[in-house]
Design a protein around this ligand. Structure first.
Ligand code: PEP
Length: 250
């Protein structure tokens, strides 16, 4: 049974005070939700405020990135023990904006993943092709390469802890969502790849869709058999839109 997960990626938005307000509104608006998980990934500076605000609720605190070393001379980085200490339960790894602007590669995704799997945190590993790669027919190959590199060395117990997020780069922040059919086709391909590597356990892995998820497209997306939730950017910054997405009607 794959429990649906709706995760909000706040990116570089919200001061601690603003974050507290948004977290409170989501907490209050989601009290009736029990059959799905909800996670929020504020910036590092707001983790403590959000942790305090959602304490005792079912909401999950997530971070947007993590370094693979436990501690040391890595100016500007944050480690797994720091995120655990801050109250995080999940962490996003390999977001396309990290790949595009900050030199993230499949190899560094893999290092982060290994560090996270050695802890209690659950990783949300992002994959997805650019428009150029899709238009030249390379989208399957690109995503399979990201999976092979990012998940290198993954064991079966590890597989059961990871969450994947298929996020076509051309749909992120563009208002251009993948149609439910395109998203389903890619999710099914990803699950097929996992099955080839790991067998039946692939059926247990949650694969989220990300890319301009909004209140008016979430229901159709969630009707697809291999879409197990959403990673939401822009639409998670306002309580009304995020709460409507959380309350999707499959
Ligand atoms: C994201 O940040 O992962 C994302 C999908 O953003 P948006 O929903 O704004 O496209």
């Amino acid at each position: 049974m794959r429990i649906p997960l709706i995760a909000g990626n706040w990116k570089m938005h919200k001061t601690a005070g603003d974050a507290r307000e948004l977290a409170r509104a989501v907490k209050e608006g989601a009290v009736d939700v029990s059959d799905r998980q909800i996670a929020m990934a504020p910036p590092f500076t707001a983790l403590a405020a959000v942790a305090e605000e959602i304490r005792g609720s079912r909401l999950i605190l997530a971070a947007q990135n993590v370094h693979w070393e436990q501690k040391g001379a890595f100016t500007g980085e944050i480690s797994v023990p720091m995120l655990e200490d801050a109250g995080c339960g999940m962490v996003i790894i390999g977001h396309s904006e990290r790949r595009q602007y900050f030199g993230e590669t499949d190899a560094t995704v893999n290092r982060r993943l290994r560090a996270v799997l050695a802890s209690r945190l659950q990783p949300i590993v992002c994959i997805g092709e650019t428009l150029e790669q899709r238009e030249s027919g390379k989208h399957h190959t690109v995503v399979q390469q990201q999976l092979a590199g990012g998940l290198d060395g993954l064991t079966r117990p590890g597989l059961l802890r990871i969450i994947l997020a298929y996020e076509p780069v051309w749909a992120i922040g563009t208002g251009r969502t993948a149609s439910p059919e395109i998203a389903q086709e890619m999710h099914s391909m990803v699950r097929g790849w996992l099955s080839g590597e790991f067998g039946d356990e692939a059926q247990e892995v949650r694969i989220l869709y990300g890319g301009s998820v909004k209140p008016d497209n979430i229901d159709d997306l969630m009707r697809q058999p291999d879409i197990d939730g959403a990673l939401v950017g822009g639409a998670c910054l306002e309580p009304d839109s995020f709460l409507r997405i959380i309350h999707f009607r499959p």
